[in-house]
Design a protein. Structure first.
Length: 178
């Protein structure tokens, strides 16, 4: 009877730990891909370490798919980190219209300078406007990027080629871990 009671307690504790994390199999895959994306970004440009170390938070989208022919779009899932701790899952959607053709897979990371910038993202009040542009990372190039309106954005092409001169804004969603 005592053994049965101990097994029951163990099962309850294990079940609670899974519920607390609230991470699905898909979330865990994206988290793993995000960790790998950080390694890739730092290999491409080690100067990014300063952003990772000094930002209030960042969202890493390890696989953003982008494509279009006149009308285009992009989509991806990622992880929000706040002061180095995983806080929740994020989604990215983009619709654009303009001169564009092709398809591309890329890593995108958005750094938030201050805690209030992170909170804005978490509350769903964050959206890119035309004034925010991403810095395309290339191996061996000096990193001369600064925050603009509390945000710094970097991308790294994984595959594909896309030519574009389009207008579009990225919209984001966020779901905190339970």
């Amino acid at each position: 009877m005592k053994v049965l009671k101990n097994v029951f307690i163990l099962l309850v504790v294990c079940t609670m730990s899974f519920a607390v994390n609230g991470q699905s199999k898909k979330d865990k895959k994206i988290i793993k891909e995000s960790d790998e994306a950080v390694k890739t970004l730092l290999e491409v440009n080690p100067e990014l370490r300063d952003f990772f170390d000094n930002s209030a938070g960042c969202v890493i989208f390890p696989n953003v798919g982008k494509g279009g022919f006149i009308v285009g779009g992009a989509s991806g899932n990622g992880v929000l980190y706040q002061y180095g701790h995983k806080k929740g899952m994020a989604g990215l959607k983009e619709l654009s219209v303009g001169i564009q053709a092709g398809g591309q897979a890329l890593i995108e990371v958005i750094f938030f300078e201050q805690l209030e910038d992170v909170e804005k993202f978490k509350e769903g009040k964050f959206e890119f406007d035309a004034g925010i542009s991403a810095v395309a990372l290339k191996k061996g190039e000096s990193l001369d990027a600064k925050y603009k309106d509390g945000v710094a954005v970097f991308t790294h092409s994984k595959a594909g080629l896309m030519a574009e001169a389009s207008v579009g804004g990225q919209k984001f969603s966020y779901k905190a871990f339970k």
